[in-house]
Design a protein around this ligand. Structure first.
Ligand SMILES: Cc1ncc(COP(=O)(O)O)c(C=O)c1O
Length: 375
């Protein structure tokens, strides 16, 4: 590593978070961590390995390609669920690699029937997300199709919550989705059959409302497992899995009123020292954060000033140093953008809010050229 910019991934924290979730589920309750999008940017193979270490044998991904990567990297025995749309060819790959397609359209089901090969599937029902999923009204057609094609083994059904954060509200839409998927399930009865519906916020909502009332719903956690709980931090504070860290590589004196970075959109109100940090928007620091947020150097807040560049950003050191020599002493120090280091912690949700987005977006878009360092 010639550039000291990296994403530190704490797999012990990942295990801690998933253990918390698992400890609230019954032993036969479906638990399928979502490790799509390179495990939300944390690195799919190390994350899958850490989960396998703690005996997790099911994984959810969004692409057949992501499932293939897992199989190619030694995850041969695990159940891999692919939440996707399909083609004849990708279904053939699912069959060959023993992947479980989560089928979310009648067209895909018809494609499957043409495959004429034995394959296990789950059905995704659209109960309000308006994304992937067949609808309740299709149930009779689906049942007929399954009856005529016994090679298709329906092993579960599921849905995805659109407003899981509203779980504790009186007229919770999420709860109406759960009700609907339960009633659909009763039409597809079978003995070893899974029903899954709860994402992180749904799980936290269920926990808040008495998890024993939600035993029938399997859980597909993502964000919570990666250490973010914006929904109900008072109930459970997960440990952050990803920390984004860079380094102060250069300082310079800038006089009052002198412009900084592209477009000179920021000018100091007093003479100050500017620090150059070796990370930019190509690494996943959103340009929208320009002049809006503070990062941490040795636990001290420093403001990001001026436009974020592709490979660099600048911070105002004026509040934490008085002289050039003090500023120079900071060269080589870690700059914590979010997560935690020896000196303190910085919440990823603060970064997300200031960038006008959410933590999923921030984590999953940490750039490919940022090495992931595991502990
Ligand atoms: C189908 C499905 N299930 C579960 C999840 C996990 O959601 P979360 O990260 O909010 O727990 C996702 C993520 O978007 C998803 O697409």
């Amino acid at each position: 590593m010639f550039r000291q910019t990296f994403a530190k991934i704490n797999l012990l924290h990942l295990k801690y978070n998933i253990e918390f979730i698992r400890s609230h589920l019954s032993s036969d309750q479906f638990l399928c961590p979502m490790i799509k999008a390179n495990a939300y940017g944390c690195g799919v193979i190390p994350v899958a390995s850490a989960l396998r270490d703690v005996n997790i044998r099911r994984f959810g991904v969004a692409l057949v390609e992501e499932a293939v990567e897992l199989r190619e990297n030694g995850f041969q025995q695990e159940d891999i669920y692919v939440f996707s749309t399909f083609t004849q060819e990708s279904l053939r790959v699912c069959k060959e690699l023993r992947l479980t397609p989560i089928v979310g359209s009648l067209d895909d089901l018809i494609l499957l029937s043409k495959l004429k090969e034995q394959i296990s599937i789950h059905l995704m029902f659209n109960t309000g997300m308006q994304r992937l999923g067949v609808v309740n009204e299709d149930s009779s057609t689906i049942l007929k199709l399954l009856e005529n094609n016994p090679q298709i083994r329906l092993m579960g059904i599921c849905t995805h919550l659109a407003t899981a954060e509203d779980f504790s509200e009186e007229n919770s839409f999420a709860k109406s989705q759960l009700k609907e998927i339960s009633s659909i399930r009763s039409r597809f009865s079978s003995s070893d059959f899974h029903l899954h519906a709860l994402n992180s916020a749904g799980f936290m909502g269920a926990l808040d409302q008495g998890i024993e009332n939600y035993k029938e719903y399997g859980v597909r956690p993502g964000l919570l497992m990666y250490g973010v709980n914006t929904f109900s931090p008072q109930i459970f504070k997960p440990k952050p899995v990803m920390s984004l860290i860079s380094q102060l590589i250069k300082i310079q004196k800038v006089n009052k009123g002198q412009g900084v970075s592209y477009g000179h959109t920021w000018r100091p109100a007093r003479d100050t020292f500017i620090g150059v940090v070796a990370i930019g928007y190509a690494d996943g620091v959103f340009r929208q954060l320009s002049s809006k947020i503070e990062f941490l150097i040795k636990g001290h807040k420093v403001k990001l000033v001026g436009a974020v560049c592709m490979d660099y950003l600048m911070v105002d050191l004026g509040d934490i140093v008085q002289s050039r020599s003090e500023a120079e002493n900071l060269i080589g120090e870690e700059v914590l953008l979010f997560g935690e280091n020896l000196y303190g912690s910085a919440d990823i949700t603060n970064v997300a809010e200031n960038a006008g987005t959410n933590s999923y977006d921030i984590m999953s878009r940490v750039g490919v050229r940022v090495p992931r360092v595991y502990s």
